[in-house]
Design a protein around this ligand. Structure first.
Ligand SMILES: Cc1cc2nc3c(=O)[nH]c(=O)nc-3n(C[C@H](O)[C@H](O)[C@H](O)COP(=O)(O)OP(=O)(O)OC[C@H]3O[C@@H](n4cnc5c(N)ncnc54)[C@H](O)[C@@H]3O)c2cc1C
Length: 505
């Protein structure tokens, strides 16, 4: 490794000196997440083009430095912008912010990593497009590419974003650039509309991966439905969860409901709409049963709150779906309610992506107008195991989460997110205040216990965070060996995002 000054000069020669940061304060900020982190980036570099990204890869190789690429760095609850390995150069891609292509009829947009959900939505609106895409729950400032590379989820139609992309442009650790699928065939007219290309499909190699830097991606978008209607319900008692899940799975499988379906427990509801009642609880944690029930009563009460939406191309079609939901789900839940037809809501046309307040649940001051969980020392750790969409599995998973969080002194705020007819993401959040002494350590212990208890029962997360890097779920030997072979072939020096979804483990 050459000296820091030499490395700084090498990157500055590629991107310009003003786009290389090596100040201690800036690097401390870049290494701060919503839980305790030890690794700090060695520098923060902001290239503006694919060519500059390639130049940065060359500079890193020459300097013997590792790179840690991020798109817009809002990976809150999983590690924010902090690299896994200490000293890795943070390559922030927010300046690669071109919307390269958009096709209204075929329903796609091709974007660079700096394009946020908000930018893409504005771009589409300005062009009178009917295509739409909801942001994740954290913020519309998140990156479409960054979110998809983590296989993130959004509410509404097509919640599992990674299932709706193609034509990745990737800079490899040796500096070469490749394009996946049909985009890798010269002159292909189907580059942005066909996923697989010919032969082995390589897209998957670059999602949740340390094998390359994605500099462009085509995302498929759905037209905003002509008719839509949101519905919601509560489950008065926890025991009503099984029959409700059973019915919701049936509605999803027969495609009466084709959006994501969300069920939030009472703890989650409280964290979405308020803050920890420090005064009422006399400073004690976790929240006790009586106080929880008292606080949840003004929100309509109940153990679970559910929401989803219907959509159709005709008014009659929508009405038929509504009748189906009323007939099947109505008798099994309390207060099944529908919004007005075409009224905006979180799944279609409404304020989706506005649940960042929950990061401030255990803080004593309210969320500021410009929330930033890293800066404000909010404690958030996500762990989201995947369960089969069947009542007994979802219940088993939720029960483990509840038990472990309460035993560690945290409220088990759970959201069940059905992303298909086959599986549910049981999204668990450990929410705490990083300013309170001892909480950082307690939360990390809770996360480790949670991951272990769930893993023992075969419930593995759909995505890993920085805290999982030291001990990711074990792989079957053959699969691990294959990943290791791929990593050493593509990145023999281990310079690309070392430790991220570590293939050697
Ligand atoms: C209250 C709250 C609610 C949330 N709700 C959701 C939700 O509903 N759904 C959801 O999915 N997430 C959610 N999140 C988590 C997170 O905010 C989002 O996933 C967000 O989209 C990630 O940040 P980003 O898009 O800026 O991606 P980034 O932080 O830029 O990227 C994520 C990771 O992917 C890798 N990466 C990024 N870009 C590249 C690239 N170009 N090449 C190679 N590797 C790359 C990096 O390792 C990076 O750390 C929530 C968080 C909070 C605090």
């Amino acid at each position: 490794v050459r000296s820091t000054e030499e490395a700084r000069r090498a990157f500055a020669a590629v991107v310009g000196a003003e786009w290389v940061e090596t100040g201690a304060e800036e690097l401390e900020r870049a290494g701060t997440a919503t839980f305790a982190t030890r690794a700090r980036p060695g520098a923060l570099v902001r290239p503006a083009s694919r060519e500059e990204v390639q130049g940065c890869v060359a500079a890193a190789r020459e300097s013997g430095l590792a790179l840690y690429p991020v798109s817009r760095g809002r990976n809150w609850g999983y590690g924010s912008r902090a690299p896994v390995a200490d000293g890795a150069v943070l390559l922030s891609l927010e300046r690669l912010d071109a919307i390269v292509d958009h096709d209204e009829r075929l329903g796609y947009a091709t974007v660079q990593p700096g394009v946020s959900f908000r930018r893409l939505a504005e771009f589409l609106r300005e062009r009178g497009s009917r295509l739409s895409l909801n942001p994740p729950g954290s913020t519309p400032e998140a990156s479409v590419v960054g979110n998809t590379l983590e296989r993130g989820v959004v509410q509404g139609a097509a919640p599992d974003r990674a299932g709706e992309v193609c034509a990745l442009e990737v800079v490899l650790p040796d500096g070469r650039c490749i394009r996946t699928g049909m985009a890798g065939l010269p002159g292909s007219r189907a580059a942005r509309v066909h996923r697989w290309g010919i032969g082995p499909s390589l897209d998957g190699l670059f999602l949740q991966s340390s094998l390359g830097i994605v500099t462009e991606m085509t995302v498929w978008l759905r037209p905003f439905p002509a008719f839509h209607q949101h519905f919601h319900f509560t489950l008065q008692h926890d025991g009503s969860l099984e029959p409700a899940l059973d019915t919701l799975q049936r509605l999803r499988a027969e495609e009466s409901v084709t959006t994501s379906i969300a069920l939030h427990n009472d703890f989650k509801l409280l964290s979405l709409f308020g803050q920890y009642p420090w005064a009422l609880a006399a400073g004690r944690t976790p929240l006790d049963d009586a106080l929880r029930q008292r606080l949840v009563a003004p929100l309509g009460g109940g153990a679970w709150f559910g929401e989803a939406a219907l959509h159709a191309s005709t008014a009659g079609g929508l009405e038929a779906l509504r009748e189906r939901v009323e007939g099947l789900l109505g008798p099994r839940v309390r207060g099944l309610g529908f919004t007005e037809v075409n009224a905006p809501g979180p799944f279609f046309g409404g304020a989706a992506g506005d649940s960042l307040a929950q990061a401030y649940w255990r803080k004593t001051a309210p969320p500021p107008p410009d929330p930033d969980p890293d800066r404000d020392r909010c404690g958030v750790i996500w762990h989201a195991p995947v369960a089969p969409f069947e009542p007994e599995s979802v219940r088993a998973c939720a029960s483990i989460a509840r038990e472990v969080l309460l035993a560690h002194g945290f409220e088990p705020a759970l959201s069940l997110q059905a992303v298909s007819a086959r599986c549910v993401y049981v999204v668990v959040s450990i929410l705490f205040d990083r300013c309170r002494p001892g909480e950082d350590e307690k939360a990390v212990r809770c996360h480790a216990a949670l991951a272990a208890a769930l893993g023992d029962e075969g419930f593995h997360p759909y995505r890993l965070g920085l805290l999982d890097a030291a001990e990711p779920p074990p792989r079957e030997e053959g699969y691990r060996a294959l990943l290791h072979t791929l990593k050493t072939a593509l990145d023999p020096d281990g310079m690309m995002a070392p430790g991220r979804y570590d293939a050697a483990r």
